[in-house]
Design a protein around this ligand. Structure first.
Ligand SMILES: [Zn+2]
Ligand SMILES: [Zn+2]
Length: 50
């Protein structure tokens, strides 16, 4: 298990943000852009509201 660096949740699957390098869980990761939720540009975030 790996701890998500954004929400602190433990997960088996981690993704690495291409911008900040954080290892985050799937719910904190924007797969289509390859970045974590903290790094999603504001405009894109509004377009793809989760
Ligand atoms: Zn997370
Ligand atoms: Zn990031």
């Amino acid at each position: 298990m790996v701890k998500c660096e954004l929400c602190g949740k433990y997960t088996d699957v981690v993704h690495t943000c291409i911008l900040c390098g954080r290892k985050v869980c799937p719910s904190c990761y924007w797969i289509s852009m390859g970045v974590c939720k903290k790094c999603v540009p504001g405009r894109e975030k509004e377009k793809f509201k989760v």
